[in-house]
Design a protein around this ligand. Structure first.
Ligand code: GDP
Ligand code: MN
Length: 392
């Protein structure tokens, strides 16, 4: 689960990690009030920042550093509501619905700090680099040796000596080392307490008066741990997520939208992946990943249909089911009922195997609806690709 920068900074504040003061705004009036408050509190510089669940905002025009209230107003007006395109949003961009109005910082150096779960070592790794700012991906790609790493033993946690090692590698002044250690220990504690999978401070800055500040912050939480974090769950911003995926999550369907034309309805994640592969192999493209799960019932199947049909790119539906816990006759009846109820006009291609498969096939044949049934996965995939090319 992703959260916004202003929410991430709110969390850091609780762990005594220094972040700039600021206010979130959803309207120009709120943005204006926040900017006025910052200027009248004596700030010479204010920053207007787009809040979207993607990085690279600076380069995309979503971060503006301003020195007057007029410029702050102009920046808020330009950013709020814009379709912000960054290297992480895709070409369609993401609509900016929230702003963070923040006190400006006098930057001396832009450094980088990151904490991630490293699967290869099965440990949390703490990373630091002198090359922070907007080019960190490039640094990681071209000069990975400039990113310093400390692997954390799960049983003992992040140790102050490790933080000191990183602080020295960052080339911090001796007067900043203790500050940096407290900063990093705070981050690590926040990471562990919140069941994060990723925490990035980019840039992690030193200011002209030698302070250390988290100028930007990105946090991702582990979805599987959210059941024990009611407070964090509330930080979810559905407006930032794909509407079909949000809808699917309400029904406990495992759905990921993709950009092809063949919708897939499959039981089991492994079979779903194999289905996407065979569609690709047959010359088509999957419109989604959808695992209806082992125990899908009538209602689940209807919900799944509804979601597949509301994707305008879908030209054919490929149902690939291996009946185990989910019996094929139950699935077939579910498909017939849903197709009738939702008046599905798109070709439906099925490949069915497993428990009660004969009963299932009979239900389809007797339904009076025009289903296409493939005997093998490959045959069904070919049928689906042909049907999708035939148009809606
Ligand atoms: P991102 O591009 O989405 O990662 O957004 P960031 O929050 O990292 O901001 C991008 C860049 O804007 C930073 O690397 C800074 O160079 C600049 N920036 C952000 N806040 C300030 C500020 O308070 N003062 C100054 N001078 N620059 C800032
Ligand atoms: Mn950043």
């Amino acid at each position: 689960m992703k959260i916004h920068e202003y929410q991430a900074k709110e969390i850091l504040r609780k762990y005594n990690v220094p972040v700039p003061g600021g206010e979130m705004a959803t309207t120009l009036e709120q943005a204006d009030t926040a900017a006025k408050a910052l200027f009248s509190a004596g700030n010479k510089v204010v920053v207007v920042k787009a809040q979207i669940h993607a990085g690279g905002r600076g380069k995309g025009g979503g971060v503006k550093v301003v020195k007057t209230l007029e410029d702050a107003q102009a920046a808020s007006k330009a950013i709020l509501g814009m379709q912000l395109v960054t290297h992480q949003t895709g070409p369609q961009g993401q609509k900016v619905q929230r702003l963070l109005i923040e006190e400006g910082s006098a930057i001396d150096r832009e450094l980088y700090l990151g904490i991630v779960l490293d699967r290869a070592s099965a440990k949390i790794v703490f990373m630091a680099s002198q090359s922070g700012g907007m080019e960190i991906e490039e640094v990681a790609h071209a000069t990975p040796e400039l990113i310093y790493k400390e692997y954390i033993e799960p049983a003992i946690g992040f140790q102050p000596y490790q933080a000191r090692k990183l602080a020295f590698k960052l080339g911090l002044k001796t007067t900043q080392i203790n500050q940096a250690v407290a900063f990093m220990m705070g981050l690590y504690k926040a990471f562990v307490d919140t069941d994060s999978t990723l925490m990035e401070i980019n840039p992690f800055i030193t200011t002209k008066d030698d302070k250390l500040v988290a100028l930007d912050c990105k946090i991702n939480f582990d979805d599987n741990a959210m059941f024990r974090h009611k407070d964090l769950k509330e930080l979810r911003d559905l407006a930032e997520e794909d509407p079909l995926e949000v809808e699917a999550s309400k029904f406990a369907l495992n759905y990921i939208k993709l950009d092809g034309s063949i919708a897939c309805m499959v039981n089991g994640a492994g079979l779903a992946m194999a289905t996407m592969d065979i569609i690709e192999y047959a010359g088509g493209k999957a419109a989604n990943f959808l695992d209806v799960g082992g125990g899908a019932n009538q209602e689940q199947i209807e919900n799944a249909f509804g979601i597949l049909l509301s994707d305008p790119n879908v030209k054919a539906i490929f149902i690939n089911i291996f009946g185990g816990i989910l019996r094929v006759d139950v699935l077939a009846q579910g498909v017939v009922n849903a197709a009738k109820k939702l008046n599905v006009q798109i070709p439906i291609i099925l490949r069915l195997e497993g428990t009660n498969v004969e009963e299932g096939r009979k239900i389809l044949a007797d339904s009076g609806l025009n289903f296409q049934v493939g005997t093998t996965m490959k045959e069904a995939a070919d049928l689906a690709v042909a049907a999708a090319k035939g148009g809606r």
